[in-house]
Write a protein that binds this ligand. Sequence first.
Ligand code: GLY
Length: 493
Amino acid sequence: MTLNSSSTFLLQFHIRMHNGQSYSLDFREKAPALAGRNMYLDSSANVIKRKSLDGIMACAVPGSVMGMYEAHKRFGKISWSQLLQPAINLAENGFTLSKTEARKLNRFAALFTKINDPEPAFLLSKTGWKEGDIFINNAMAQTLKLIRDHQADGFYKGITAQKIIAVMNRYGGLISANDLENYRALWRPVINGQYHQLKIISMGPPSSGGILLVQMLSLLQDYPLKQWLWNSARTVQLITEIERRVYADRSKYLGDPDYYHVPVETLLSTDYLHSRMNNYHTDRATESSRIGAGSIPVSEKEETTHFSIVDPEGNAVAVTTTLNGSYGSKVVVSGAGFLLNNEMDDFSIKPGYPNTYGLLGSEANAIEPEKRMLSSMTPTIVEKNGALWMVTGTPGGSTIITSVLQSILNVADFGMNMQQSVSALKFHHQWKPDTIFTERGALLPADSLALSRMGYHLLNRSPIGRLDGILILPSGKLEAGADPRGEDFAIGF
Ligand code: GLY
C-alpha cells in the first residue's frame, strides 16, 4: 500500500476486484439546496474575491463519511467498528507531526483564528508547532466514535449534524439539516479506455479526470512516443497539443451528469478525437486563443490526497480525496474536531472566471442547488492483457490528470519502474493559460529552446503532483512508487 499523508477527507473511490469487475464510487460534495449561481458575485456581477475559498460560504455538503460507509457496506470484510478504531486511537493518543505538517499548521494559524470564533485550540500551539510535537484531537475522537456507533448517521444526523448546523447558523452558512440527511454517495459507471495493450479504468463525471485521461491516451496511441523519447521536444509538443484540446473540452462539456448531459460517448469516440487534431502542426504551437478564450495563471498550491492499495487477493483500490485547498474553508466545526471543505470553488462561479487552479468552466459546471462540482480527481487502475497492471493517482488540482497520464506513459513507453515513474520530473498544460508548466530540469535546455522556437511559452514552477502508484510485475510481486515530493511512503502488511 502506498500512502500520501498530507490531507484529511476522501472523495472518489475506484475499485477493481480480483475477478476483473470494476466499480466507481462518487462521494463528491454537493452544493447546499440554498446555493445559487450568483452566490459569489456582488451587485455588479463581479466575483467577490476568495468568498468561494475561505470561510463558511465556501463549504459544500461533505461526502467523505458517506463514501467510506457505502464502500464498506458493499465490500468491507472487517467490521465497521474495527475499521474506525485505529483512527480513533490516533485522534485520542495523537500522532507525531513532521516538519512540513508543523510548518503548515503554523502558516495557517492566523487564518484559523480569523475565520473561527472561538479559535480552534486543537489546531493552534502557543509556542508554534514543531517537528515531533504530538497532535491530539479529542473532539475528533468523539466524532469518530459517533460514526463508529451510528455509521453514516453518526455524521449526517444527530450530534455531529447539529454541530455542523450550529456553525452554519453562527456564520450564516447555507448547509441545512436536510442537506446533510439527503446526502448520498453514488455508484457511477466506470470510464474505460485503451492504450495499446493496456486497458484504462478510471473515474467518470462528476470528475473530468477519467474522460480526459482516456481522450489523451487514445490520441497518443497514434504516435511512436517510445522512439521520440521521454520529454523530448517532439514528445512534449504532442502531449501539450493534446492536453490543450482536452482541457478546452473540459471547460465546456464536463459537469455533474445528474444536471448536465455530458456527451461521454462523443468525447471518447475516435472520430471526434481525431477531428480535434486537424489543426495540430508538428512544427509550431496552436494558440489556445484559437481554441477558446480567457487566461489567468495558476496561483495556488494544489492540495488533495491519493492512495493506491492492492491486497493479497489482487483486489485493487485507488482513492483520491480532498477538502480542496489546504485545510479547506478553514472553518472548524466547533466541538467536533474537523474542518469543512472549500469545494464550492470547483464550480464555475462565473462563466470565464478561473477557479483556484486556473480552470475555466461554463454552463455545464455552473452552480445549482444540490449539484456536484466538477473535479479533476483521477483515481486510475490499468490492466495489461486482462490482468491488473497498475494502480495510480495523485493530488494536484488541474495537474492531477496530466500527472496520472505521465505516470502511465513513463512505465508503458519509457521503460521506467514505478518509483522512477512517480519521481520523474513532469510538465503540464491545461489550455488556459497557454503555458507549458515544467518542473525545473524536466526538459533539456535544447528541447526547451526548440519548443520556444515553435512558439511555446514555458515556465518553471513548483513541484507537480504527488503520485502514489503500484505496479504488478509479471512475477506477481508488487512494486510501489511513493512520491518524494511529499512525505509519501510505501508499505506492505
Ligand atoms: N478539488 C480538486 C478537484 O476535485 O479536482
